[in-house]
Design a protein. Structure first.
Length: 210
């Protein structure tokens, strides 16, 4: 239950009210701020039922990732590869202090966040890079040298390996992302309910963090 509540929009809204900003978009997720969050323990049968539903949906999100995760690094471990930065028709518009936030493809560009991107003319290479970054996003988001990671992305020289990774990774990521988004919406509804948040309050919360 705690995991669902802590990752809800309500807690995000409250945390941003009590935490100190870190850079332009980040916040300091440290104990002195986290311990101030009002974690509500269920006290009535109805609240306990809601809490059980939150737990169930969090478990569903965790289970979704297990069969769909593509360990690309393990696949590439024994394969011949080449660095992305050595390929033709690939250019980088990435600041030295860039961070991984959300990987998205727009036209011939793969974005790491709202500003930094890789321009890749070849569609297959572009698809692979998007799959590779999405598969490692949680790990890369904690890294300090996003630019170096991107420049050294290993691409398999084998066309068959490249196509197989794209097929497995792209399909699984898009499906998982869609299902997770729906479960997160349902968890947010349950959290609002357990905290007694009204529709008007919910509108204010979601507008402030959008």
């Amino acid at each position: 239950m705690f995991l669902g509540i802590l990752n809800s929009k309500l807690m995000e809204f409250l945390f941003k009210k009590i935490s100190v900003k870190l850079g332009a978009k980040g916040y300091r997720y440290i104990t002195q701020y986290l311990e101030k969050l009002p974690i509500k323990l269920p006290s009535t049968p109805e609240e306990k039922k809601t809490a059980d539903l939150i737990i169930k949906k969090v478990d569903e999100i965790l289970e979704l990732f297990k069969p769909h995760i593509v360990d690309i690094d393990a696949i590439l471990d024994s394969k011949e590869t080449e660095k992305l930065s050595n390929l033709p028709k690939v250019s980088f518009a990435i600041n030295d202090n860039a961070e991984f936030e959300e990987i998205r493809v727009e036209g011939n560009k793969v974005y790491l966040n709202s500003d930094d991107f890789i321009k890749i003319e070849d569609k297959r290479t572009r698809d692979f890079v998007a799959v590779y970054l999405n598969s490692n996003l949680e790990k890369f988001a904690k890294a300090k040298e996003a630019k170096a990671i991107v420049l050294n992305i290993p691409l398999p020289k084998s066309e068959e390996v490249l196509k197989e990774i794209i097929k497995r990774g792209a399909k699984s990521h898009s499906k998982v992302k869609e299902e997770v988004a729906e479960l997160e919406r349902e968890i947010n509804d349950l959290v609002y309910n357990i905290y007694g948040i009204t529709k008007d309050e919910r509108r204010i919360i979601e507008q402030s963090i959008s």
